[in-house]
Design a protein around this ligand. Structure first.
Ligand code: FAD
Length: 441
């Protein structure tokens, strides 16, 4: 039965804002039309999942959120085709625990399994195999969408409302269930190779050479140290093992950070030190290893609430993509500015994207390279740094990822996402978010 509560300090993963919301928590799909009607003509609403988005795309200040996590049932599975239909609130964690022992895996996955399938579709998430598999939308066969101004509809690739909903940030209505094709695996382990690189040029050369032979590629890049260390990193490339146990990951567990760390613990010196140590540790030990999918795809999931490391003021994540022709030059410029600022983060990720697209109007990936890193929120200083990075990204024809954003200017959103008006035309009038109000005027 639908529950409705007033929450005063609802926040997203970045924890920069904490604001009041009315939260409706449906338990069954047939309760969703009533939830939508609560939004129609009144305060706008927004469906949310695990709120692993960092910024204000899951914030709807003073209005209503529909918490979808109670709708987490797996509805049907066809073991001959790998097609799975499940409710939008099912998490990737739930799906993998059931499907890995049967020899199936997600077609692609973000860096945390604590996200819902509906949330993953509404951001058209990408993973380490983007250069091969594209984003998650490439594997979605259909989805059911409920809107305040139309009866429930089953949407398929090729239909405009499907492409508006894919990466559509919950603005076209509520996704109630998704039909997706999983991939077969013969083992829960991957054969992972680690290659240190000394600068960004070397990164691009290894990435090019790895495109054909490796299904998964990603790299850690040191954005904290300048000089000789500028742009060094560790490239990881992997393929699924062809035999081995189909052991799923352990549920939950792991260490938790029980309170906000004091802000002064995180400064230029500790971050540089962490990056130096991390580089050192990664260079030691075997350079080729059989690794279970959990530490390979979800290294941060073993530390619950790691976002509390950034202290009570929270963090911003900055993730941009730069189109292929300017990728190397612009990434070098970004890393130089970040290293000189002393604000670089613990873990920064650099990866190349391929050309395959699912056609979401607001989907983030472009063929080129993506850089993602966290900045502790130090107010104006951090916002100023990100504005400097924006200029480099915009000049190179790139854009920022809405799932990670809490501050991009409207002009940057509109020039980066040239199809944004197509989404605007198909938006459900009953929905909104702080992100949308900020970028769409
Ligand atoms: C540690 C970490 C690593 C990450 N790594 C990656 C990565 O590698 N690649 C990547 O692409 N992303 C990554 N992300 C971002 C994350 O995958 C996305 O933000 C994802 O969409 C979060 O899913 P969620 O269930 O938490 O949805 P939420 O954050 O709650 O919502 C995300 C969006 O979906 C909408 N939404 C949610 N449910 C529904 C629904 N049922 N119907 C309609 N709209 C809905 C919301 O309105 C919102 O706009 C990472 C995040 C973290 C914290």
């Amino acid at each position: 039965m639908t529950r409705s509560t007033t929450r005063l300090d609802y926040t997203s993963w970045g924890r920069v804002v904490r604001v009041p919301h009315q939260v409706i928590s449906p338990g069954y799909r047939d309760e969703l039309p009533a939830c939508l009607h609560m939004g129609a003509g009144k305060a706008p609403l927004l469906a949310v999942g695990m709120r692993r988005s960092y910024g204000d795309s899951v914030i709807n200040t003073g209005n209503t959120l529909v918490d979808m996590t109670g709708l987490d049932r797996l509805i049907a599975f066809d073991a001959t085709t790998g097609r799975l239909r499940c409710e939008a609130g099912a998490t990737l964690d739930d799906i993998l625990r059931v499907m890995v022992p049967r020899g199936w895996f997600l077609p692609t996955t973000p860096g945390t399994r604590f996200v819902t399938l509906g949330g993953a579709v509404a951001n058209d998430v990408h993973g380490k195999n983007h250069h091969r598999a594209g984003s998650i939308g490439c594997a979605v066969n259909s989805l059911t969408l409920l809107r305040s101004d139309a009866p429930p509809q089953r949407l398929h690739p090729g239909e405009p409302l499907f492409h508006a909903t894919l990466g559509g940030l919950g603005l076209t209505g509520i996704i109630s269930d998704v039909d997706i094709t999983l991939i077969p695996i013969k083992s829960a382990f991957l054969d992972v190779e680690r290659i240190p690189y000394g600068n960004i040029e070397e990164f691009f050369s290894i990435a090019r050479e790895s495109m054909e032979g490796f299904e998964h590629t990603v790299s850690w890049i040191d954005c904290a140290n300048g000089g000789q260390a500028l742009g060094r990193g560790i490239f990881q490339r992997a393929n699924w093992c062809q035999d081995g146990p189909l052991t799923p990951h352990q549920s939950r567990g792991g260490l938790a950070i029980p309170f906000d760390l004091p802000t002064h613990m995180l400064n230029g010196t500790t971050i540089r030190l962490f990056n130096t140590l991390y580089n050192h540790l990664q260079q030691r030990g075997a350079h080729r290893q059989r690794t279970h999918y959990a530490p390979f795809f979800y290294p941060l999931d073993s530390l619950r609430n790691w976002n509390r490391m950034y202290g009570p003021a929270g963090l911003y994540q900055y993730q941009c993509v730069i189109p292929q022709p300017h990728a190397q030059e612009a990434i070098e410029a970004l890393v130089r500015v970040i290293a000189a600022s002393g604000a670089g983060s613990f873990l920064a990720v650099l990866k190349t994207f391929g050309a395959r697209s699912a056609g979401g109007y607001l989907s983030f990936p472009l063929e080129g390279a993506t850089l993602a890193l966290d900045f502790a929120n130090r107010g104006a200083e951090t916002l100023h740094l990100m504005s400097r990075l924006d200029r480099i990204v915009a000049e190179a024809g790139g854009r920022l990822y809405a799932a990670k954003d809490g501050r991009m200017p409207a002009a940057m959103f509109q020039s980066g996402y040239t199809d944004w008006n197509r989404l605007k035309n198909l938006k459900d009038p009953a929905t909104s978010s702080d992100f949308w109000r900020r970028v769409s005027y």
